[in-house]
Design a protein around this ligand. Structure first.
Ligand SMILES: Cc1ncc(COP(=O)(O)O)c(C=O)c1O
Length: 473
């Protein structure tokens, strides 16, 4: 191994060389690496240190994976305990004490009505594979093939999950991009599809769904299920109103359509409840879980009502469904979040951060809307010099959003972009973020927004930036 560079300039040169090699060797599909040209070498909590010696506050947190931040002692201890025990690390889907403990810990967190009669399927270690499993399960159980999904949704990058997602450009490379999927309007206050916003917009979205399902002339096939995110994450941090989710539950239940809730990003305290469905009190038929449940290592499962458990052995096989380290780190993380009520912490701190961001909007016209739930926060960046549409919304400003991200990075803050046109600046800090760190995040973001606005006024008009992973074109 090469000795560590002694001087800062050596370190910077070493980091630049790594980035150059990455750009020349890795695929054109690489994503975060383009907008965040850093080379992390050490990380603890929400701080990342780059190979160039710079330190960053990480508000991306593995795209919402790191509920406890980087290298939390609780997760590390759990991983070390498995390593020291000589337990097998790879076991396909065999039973192990580590897996048994994970399943127990997970079921203790679930809505009781689901846990009491729940089944779990361990999937390949990515959220997208769990989405595939969920869709397959409801299709098998109902014998129907149609799927109801929402505009703006993001469910992953494999063919079935992409079909259920909203991003047309991402789906274009798949043979049957929208196979069997009927898309419904999701309540989106700032850009309400019905032009009304508020409760009325959510009511109309529900009304549209109901009429589509009940109208024999609607031209749709019988549906195997409905898949929904309680807060659209990649779609631009759009929280679904609780009442709307309850209506979706009622509509699907009355018609015998299984409701699949994708909690890949919203789970494990992120939105201010342990699972986001707990805000509305609904009990889904299937929950799709990944990201934070693995305590920073890859893990994905579905949990579902036992009546749906009609598929045959091997119906959703996969080699990597038994990652013992992820299960151990995951159990430890689930317990830590529960015991320390980090969901409540996310709720209170998230509310405070959001109110500061909303106040900021009064001074920065490029902030169209600041919104979110718990520590899943989005700031929609708009072109304040353009004309408002008939319903009062300004067009998305992806170039300004990209500039905000770049200026934030310069100030030692890592943020993600998402939403339609990649124009929503996203904050997904670890749930362990301190008050001081939250203030520092907001201070740096405020400066970054001001700097981006200044640059926007010096450069030519704003026409779309290339979309990245999850950024809806
Ligand atoms: C709601 C939701 N579902 C599914 C996925 C896909 O998960 P993965 O990237 O692990 O395949 C994501 C990823 O961001 C997500 O946010």
């Amino acid at each position: 191994m090469a000795p560590p560079p002694r001087h800062r300039s050596d370190a910077r040169t070493a980091a630049e060389s790594i980035l150059r090699r990455q750009a020349s060797r890795e695929s054109a599909a690489r994503t975060y690496a383009r907008s965040l040209p850093i080379v992390p070498v050490r990380a603890r909590g929400m701080t990342i240190e780059g190979a160039d010696g710079r330190r960053y506050l990480d508000c991306l947190a593995g795209a919402g994976t790191l509920a406890l931040g980087h290298n939390h002692p609780v997760a590390l201890e759990a991983i070390r305990a498995v390593l020291d025990s000589e337990a097998p690390l790879h076991v396909l889907d065999l039973a192990t004490p580590v897996k048994d403990a994970f399943t127990t810990a997970l079921f203790e967190t679930l809505p009781p009505a689901l846990a009491e009669r729940g089944r779990i399927q361990f999937c390949g270690p990515a959220g997208t594979d769990a989405v595939e499993a969920a869709v397959k399960l409801v299709r098998t159980a109902t014998g129907r093939s149609g799927l109801l999904a929402f505009c703006g949704a993001y469910h992953g990058m494999t063919a079935g999950a992409l079909a259920a997602s909203g991003a047309a450009a991402a789906r274009a490379a798949v043979a049957e991009p929208g196979a069997g999927v009927t898309r419904l309007p999701y309540p989106y206050e700032y850009r309400c599809p019905f032009g009304t916003g508020g409760e009325r917009g959510a009511e109309l979205s529900a009304r549209w769904t109901q009429s589509l399902l009940d109208d024999p002339g609607a031209g749709v096939h019988p549906f195997a299920g409905m898949i929904v995110e309680p807060v659209q994450g990649e779609g631009g941090v759009i929280p679904a109103p609780d009442g709307w989710l309850r209506t979706m539950r009622r509509i699907t239940e009355e018609r015998g359509i299984p409701l699949v809730v994708d909690e890949v990003q919203t789970g494990v305290g992120r939105t201010g409840a342990f699972w986001a469905v707990q805000h509305s009190g609904i009990v889904p038929d299937v929950m799709v879980l990944s990201k934070a449940i693995g305590g920073s290592l890859p893990l994905a499962v579905i949990v579902y009502r036992d009546e749906l458990d009609v598929w045959r052995p091997g119906a959703h096989a996969g080699t990597f469904r038994g990652n013992q380290l992820a299960m151990a780190a995951g159990s430890a993380t689930l317990r830590f979040v529960c015991e320390n009520r980090l969901d409540q912490r996310a709720a209170s701190l998230g509310t405070r951060m959001l109110s500061r961001l909303r106040a900021l909007a009064a001074h920065h016209p490029c902030i169209g809307e600041a919104r979110g739930r718990g520590l899943m926060i989005g700031v929609e960046i708009v072109d304040a010099d353009a004309e408002r549409d008939d319903y009062g919304a300004l067009p998305a400003a992806p170039r300004i959003a990209t500039a905000v991200q770049r200026e934030a990075l310069r100030r030692g803050l890592i943020v993600e972009l998402g939403g339609r046109h990649g124009s929503v600046v996203r904050l997904l800090p670890p749930l362990t973020i301190t008050d001081e760190q939250a203030e520092a995040v907001l201070d740096r973001l405020t400066d970054a927004i001001a700097a981006a606005e200044r640059t926007a006024h010096l450069s030519p008009p704003n026409h779309g930036a290339p979309p990245k992973h999850g950024a809806m074109p």
